[in-house]
Design a protein around this ligand. Sequence first.
Ligand code: C2E
Ligand code: CA
Ligand code: CA
Length: 623
Amino acid sequence: MRHQLYAEHLEQLNLVAEQLALSATIPEVLDQVAVCAENLVGAKRVSYCELEPDGENIRLIGLVGNVKDQTGELVSLEESGLSPAFTTGRGRYVNILEHAHTAKGRSLRSSGLNHVWSLPIICDGDIEGVVNIASPSFELHTDDAYSVVETLSRLTGSTIERIKARQQTELVLLQLVRQSTTDELTGLCNRTGFRRRLQDSINEAQTQAGKVGVMYLDLDLFKLINDSLGHTVGDAVLAVVARRIEEVLEPAHTVARIGGDEFIILLPGETEVDKLQRIASTIVDAIKQPVTVGSFELEVSASVGVCRFPDDGGSVDDLVKNADIAMYRAKDLGRNQVHFYTSELGVALSRQIELGRALQGAIRNNEIYLVYQPQIDITTGCIVSIEALLRWKHPEKGNIPPDVFIPIAETSGMITELTNRVLEHALNALADWHQIQPDLRIAINVSAREFSGSSTLYKRVTAALEYSGLPASVLELELTETALLSHPEQAAELVHQLSNAGIRLALDDFGTGYASLSYLIQLPIDTIKIDRSFVNGLEHDQCKQAVVNGIFTIAADMQLVCVGEGVETNAQLDWLQQKGCQYAQGFLISKPLSEADLSESLARQAFRHDSPGINTFTGIRPI
Ligand code: C2E
Ligand code: CA
Ligand code: CA
């Protein structure tokens, strides 16, 4: 009889084991345990306790038959009488009848409970908690009862172990997912996370005929901060910018950092142009407030491009691309502003892409060639230098000006190839012209891109010079203030290297950039080319005269040579000469010429030198 009963209870344990295998949460497991304890030993009260981190108290989770729901209640470990179970890991059975004199015993007896089992739940060798089972009476032999409840506690332990292991795996997976969608530096969403959220917003908007706003934000001249003050300062600025953007946004919006200094903002449901404009302007204003990093107080600004789903794009790729295009337009318009995407902008970009492709073919098919514009010494009227200028004659579109194709070559990376060709052709032509005029110099324009961090310009220029067999002093490189500003440290180093090699350096379009004079003074510049916009109308405009006069004074102090660019009238040339400007270049003297035409001009000039009486090569202005 005893054995049969025991076997029946083991059968019940088998059943509960199957159910436990299906349980997914710890409360579910404990519920199964409570029901099973009722079946096994007629339990009327079942509870589960866990030790608190302080090691002094236990937290009670009432399962079955507790007077009130005691879940979460704290009980002192000592008073609970469970200390042995928690410390030794051994279970125990108490017959209350034998403990009727204790307070606990009296309380249990008054509830009609005569037997209590306290069984530790052991997971991974640690005591996870203790199950307390109290019963008025039970059918089994005492030893058998202990054996089945102990088996139940072991089953519980292994089930909890399995659930915890799974929860741990899920946690790790969740962390991995979070890491893969989070930008480490700012804690914002990253590109992957952003694309996912944008796709979700598009899907939702599609089902509800809703809209989505997307903003692309890029910091202006951020490289300057990074290059001059270092990445630690740069990173701190990015973190401040991230917080400032977040502060402007509403909870439904998401901001992500998707690249160095590029942020993108998702605004689900935002359709009103006015509201988007307001949000974007508030962000631009917030970023403009000075940023303090250590002892530096920095000024940062941002350009923002805005587009909307579905008006400006139907997919994640299109929306990101079009917001980016609008952002570039904001930069073109002078930075620190907001611009909305329009289809015209998209068309302009497609044209650029088309031209970019055509340019690759053009380089291969020799549609690109050079023209040469003379620079004269104003006092003698003699050609002293030649500026090489690129031309592109497209078979269908005709002449495409360098102002259009050079920026395309710059963004598509083809500028290096172009500079190489210009160097090679121009030095080759100069070697021929040296047969006529051995002291003639050549000026070559160098793109700002060539002054980036990883520039190979020095190597390429010196190699081209060596190949041509010409001395370095015949070559002048024309660079703009922007070239010096975008990567100041690398640019300064490169300028020194070139100058040390004996190559002359000219600051082109002087006065149109933002370089500070104190910065320029430190660089070994030989020539300042006064921008055409100052020369144009110079003869009547006192304001321009004052600026140009100022430039001459500084140039004289620094022993720099000045060239007046874009000289179109005799009055301009006169004014420049009176003020001591040494050189001039412009349509008045000569338009850019083909190699053959320039050879002719040089030959004429040489002939004049040999023939006293003819003292000007242009015939425009007797000197
Ligand atoms: P830039 O370096 O300032 O070149 C001078 C520009 O002014 C040339 O335009 C020239 O034709 C024009 N110009 C000269 N004299 C006069 C004048 O009296 N009046 C007027 N209205 N214009 C005059 P171009 O050839 O169209 O070149 C435009 C710009 O394209 C150049 O400006 C330069 O920044 C860039 N560029 C040209 N060739 C190259 C090159 O080989 N490499 C690079 N990186 N840039 C180049
Ligand atoms: Ca130039
Ligand atoms: Ca110029």
